[in-house]
Design a binder for this molecule. Sequence first.
Ligand code: GLU
Length: 469
Amino acid sequence: MKIKTRFAPSPTGDLHIGSIRTALYSWLFARHHNGEFVLRIEDTDLQRSQKISIDSILQGLEWLGLNWDEGPYFQTKRLDRYKEVINILLEKKNAYKCFCSSQELEEIRTNQIQKGLKPRYPGTCRNLKINHLHNKDYVIRFKNPTTGKVIFNDKIRGDIIFDNSELDDLIIQRSNGIPTYNFCVVIDDLDMKITHVIRGEDHINNTPRQINILKSLGAQIPIYAHLSMILDEEGNKISKRKNALNIIEYYKKGFLPEALLNYIVRLGWSHGDKEIFSLLEMKKLFNLNFISKSSSIVNIKKLLWINKYYINNLSVQHISSLLKDYMEREKIDIHNGPSLELLVKLLRSRCHTLKEMTEFSRYFYEEFDFSDQKLVEKYLTCNNCQILEKIYNKLEKILVWNHLVISEVINNLSKKNQINTKEINMILRIVITGNIYSPSISSVIDLVGQKKTLLRIKKAINYINTLYI
Ligand code: GLU
């Protein structure tokens, strides 16, 4: 049997970590079994579906490399097919037209609630002989069996049992002629030959209804796996309408797709104590047996840790090619300084995200003014001006510019003038980077280059002179 899974988002909001986990698990399961992965956009809720959400779904999946073998299918483009099956169900008397008005239904509902009963459709039109009522709108309902049970073996939760007496006759076509979610899903899963339905636990209650429709069509029932919730750091359910970050925001914040996928795969699945999984390992090891039944909690610190790991362990070329985009977004002209490869080598051990790396790298490409008054008062002093002049004279004479020679110059100056190297390094850090933090200053100076270094020292000397003369 060819394994076939699907990701079936409704385009009513952005993709967030929870939806990506559903997509990732479905994708991995298909890839692990050499099967196929289908993308289906469930857009029959015309009021809430948005083009912008469709774009965001496609963009997010593409960024993460979760490629699909079929689709994207759009349910709104399959309306004829749904109609065809609804007609079959009507003919077989497995479905019927319901002429109850919303007002009538509301009255029944209120009544049931008042009596302490679970609100459900009482089957008023279930056995009507008429096919038409003048001037009356109708919906189409599925004739759910009234007795017996629906049992399915959820791959994560084991046997789940529903009594048919608990399920009422579900609307499968609205009065505007558009079929409903629960119906379209069934026909799509059937037509697309989906073998495994992996989705959020919020769909557990829909499953017996969907199984009953499948049964009425004599169809094979797929295997279901319902994933538990993901909670935010405060313990609230992640929802696209409230606290969820669009997956593309993670890109903007400088996370690598490799890191994000690695982080997400561990939100509910494990393979012993292993934390780091390459994509290849994920495909090889992923299965439905080790998915946790309890909810998972987002942990940004862990995500940052994993991202830093990937920044430091993927090839310098790969990181540089990703970094290029961020530099462009921040309008840093990379032709104006060192190659990105050299930059990555120098900065990556200090960075958790590519955004952070971009922020740290501006001074390699751009000049800056001394704006921090406290730093100016502390470091740009008359005494330091003399040291800067000495450094300038030494650095000017260097013929082969590299960090070893630069660090030797600094050490010699420190010995000769009896100034701590740390102090010289700090003055240089302020003058060359504008900052009190940086990687080893001789390596920074090496990358900034001789010309720019001398220029910045000269600028600092002139600046001090304007302050004190
Ligand atoms: N369209 C549904 C949703 O976005 C998913 C349906 C399914 O996976 O069966 O929640």
